[in-house]
Design a binder for this molecule. Structure first.
Ligand code: NAD
Length: 448
């Protein structure tokens, strides 16, 4: 049964959530035969029918295309998928552990051990999940202990940088490809797997395992730091009477700084940034490298304080108490173009106001179903208008395009008090003021 990895290599993708489903579809698009494996039978069944169980622009079309062509299929049977493939991408989750900053590595460990145990011929295992530095080295021992006699397995790390909402483009045309811990053989296989993006000039960084693991978490730590930096500056802007949005534009013209990730407001959330910086805090303390831990602790605290600041503003707008006040919330997803509500600042604020006795009504263009799963006791609306009906204050918490289209003159007719807190500094404030609204941003003197 033993065979040299086929050319082109056949691919299995273990874990088909946001990362794995996108990666599997992209590999099929690049011409490979791909089997996606998920332990969740509902997810595997949906994907098998070409249905994507979450919102990601462009992904349903790509999955359907390749499920139909027969190049891509999904299963719950890991052993079968591994037996029929040569390169095995580990794409399972690494969530924050309960009661700790550390990452929960049990899914990665289980998936890797299962792949190693199921190998029927030589295989290359490629870690893609985001893991604390040192994990891959430990997984190599697990693989060595689990691989059947007579079969050779190699583990390398190839972190993923895709952004939800832009996952397809990020996977087909990434900014860079990082591969860590390769041998000549596994580097050659990776060059074959990524031949398409490499042919168009995508930089390839070949490094050791630890560097590959750390590149990913450092990238997220830097982005998180940028957001908390501008939010710290926003606080000064507010007390000094400056405008942080104008300031950010001016800063962003400096190419060394750049304009992205400099939007002051409610801060970051989602399934990656918060848990990744916390895992880095935890891991770097374990390693005795405390500087980055201290820095990121501040970044995390500033970020969480933004949520409190929006809650305080809502309380203030309602005269000190939100009890029985009606609050319309625009946005539930952690950012636009996704239905992901993991650690969503918007839902966090909405739930906190609900706990303080407010009647919170939430509208989001895509994330109502996922929000309902997480907070079934909150009330959800089908439109901006429905969320705004009879409200004492409106909160804009996620910057969906649709919210820029709102006509403030028309919306004013629906509310009890024309008060909006624009927690993303997203709206055209003068237009709302002209329509008779009181609009407050974060980090500016534009309160009217
Ligand atoms: P997710 O929770 O959406 O998906 C993980 C999937 O793995 C789930 O569908 C789960 O059922 C499945 N799974 C768990 N154990 C399994 C096993 N033993 N066998 C088969 N399937 C199994 O998570 P995600 O957002 O796709 O993230 C996965 C990893 O990728 C994380 O480490 C994350 O940090 C990293 N990452 C995510 C993004 C992103 O934008 N979501 C970007 C880059 C990196």
């Amino acid at each position: 049964n033993k065979q040299i990895p086929a050319t082109p290599p056949r691919i299995s993708v273990i874990g088909t959530g946001y990362l794995g489903a996108t990666h599997a579809a992209a590999m099929a698009e690049m011409g490979f035969e791909v089997i996606g494996v998920d332990s969740d039978p509902l997810k595997a069944a949906a994907l098998s029918e070409g249905r994507v169980p979450f919102f990601e622009p462009g992904l349903p079309e790509l999955i359907l295309k390749h499920v139909s062509s027969g190049r891509l299929r999904f299963t719950t049977d890991l052993a079968d998928a591994v037996a029929l493939s040569d390169v095995h991408f580990i794409c399972v989750g690494t969530p924050q552990q309960r009661g700790s900053n550390a990452a929960n590595l049990s899914y990665v460990e289980d998936a890797t051990a299962s792949v190693a145990r199921s190998l029927t011929h030589d295989g290359l295992i490629v870690g893609k999940s985001t893991v604390p530095v040192g994990t891959a080295q430990r997984l190599r021992s697990i693989i060595a202990a689990s691989t059947p006699v007579g079969v050779a397995a190699e583990l390398i790390w190839n972190p993923e940088f895709l952004r939800e909402g832009k996952a397809v483009a990020d996977t087909l045309t990434p900014d860079r490809i990082v591969i860590g811990g390769v041998t000549a053989r596994s580097e050659a296989i990776m060059r074959e797997v990524y031949a398409m993006p490499l042919a168009t000039g995508t930089p390839l960084v070949v490094c050791d395992l630890a560097t590959a693991e750390l590149v990913k978490v450092s990238a997220n730590a830097f982005l998180a730091t940028k957001i908390s930096f501008i939010n710290a500056i926003a606080e000064v802007c507010e007390v000094a009477g400056a405008d942080v949005s104008v300031l950010a534009d001016a800063l962003g013209h400096d190419v060394r700084i750049g304009r992205q990730f400099l939007n002051a407001g409610l801060g970051f959330g989602g399934g990656c940034l918060p848990k990744d910086i916390r895992a880095l805090i935890h891991r770097s303390r374990e390693l005795g490298a405390t500087k980055v831990a201290d820095l990121l602790q501040q970044v995390d605290e500033i970020n969480m304080s933004q949520r409190l600041s929006v809650i305080d503003r809502a309380l203030e707008a309602c005269g000190g108490s939100v009890l029985n006040r009606r609050i319309g919330v625009l946005g539930a997803a952690f950012k636009p173009l996704t239905d992901d509500v993991r650690d969503s600042p918007a839902l966090n604020v909405a739930a906190a106001l609900h706990l303080r006795g407010a009647q919170v009504v939430i509208y989001d263009p895509e994330a109502i179903a996922t929000a309902q799963q997480m907070f079934p006791t909150l009330t959800y609306a089908d439109s901006v208008e429905e969320a705004a009906n009879g409200s004492d204050v409106l909160l804009l918490l996620t910057e969906w395009d649709e919210f820029r289209e709102i006509d403030p003159v028309e919306l004013k007719k629906r509310v009890v008090m024309p008060v909006i807190i624009d927690a993303r500094n997203y709206l055209d404030a003068p237009r709302w003021v002209e329509a008779g609204w009181s609009i407050t941003g974060l980090g500016s003197n534009t309160k009217s």
